[in-house]
Write a protein that binds this ligand. Structure first.
Ligand SMILES: [Zn+2]
Length: 80
């Protein structure tokens, strides 16, 4: 699964909208911890409830700046 939107963020917890890379299934309001492990290990390793597949691997970033700008994109949606 991959994050497509951050719904809510309270202290160390985060509520996200996930989408499956394989079948497009949407999981709204999955709750997790707001830390890199959740973003880059737990979510990619999550099984899709519909097709039961996992992501092919964590979202890959060439540089840390690229990762930060991606995080800003999804977290930016939270305040929209
Ligand atoms: Zn799926």
């Amino acid at each position: 699964m991959e994050i497509i939107k951050v719904n809510k963020q309270i202290r160390h917890h985060i509520w996200v909208k996930l989408s499956c890379e394989h079948c497009g299934e949407i999981v709204d309001d999955a709750c997790g911890l707001n830390n890199p492990e959740y973003f880059f290990q737990i979510i990619p390793d999550m099984e899709c409830p519909r097709c039961k597949k996992k992501a092919d691997g964590p979202k890959f970033f060439k540089t840390q700046m690229e990762m930060i700008s991606w995080l800003k994109t999804i977290i930016g949606d939270c305040n929209a």
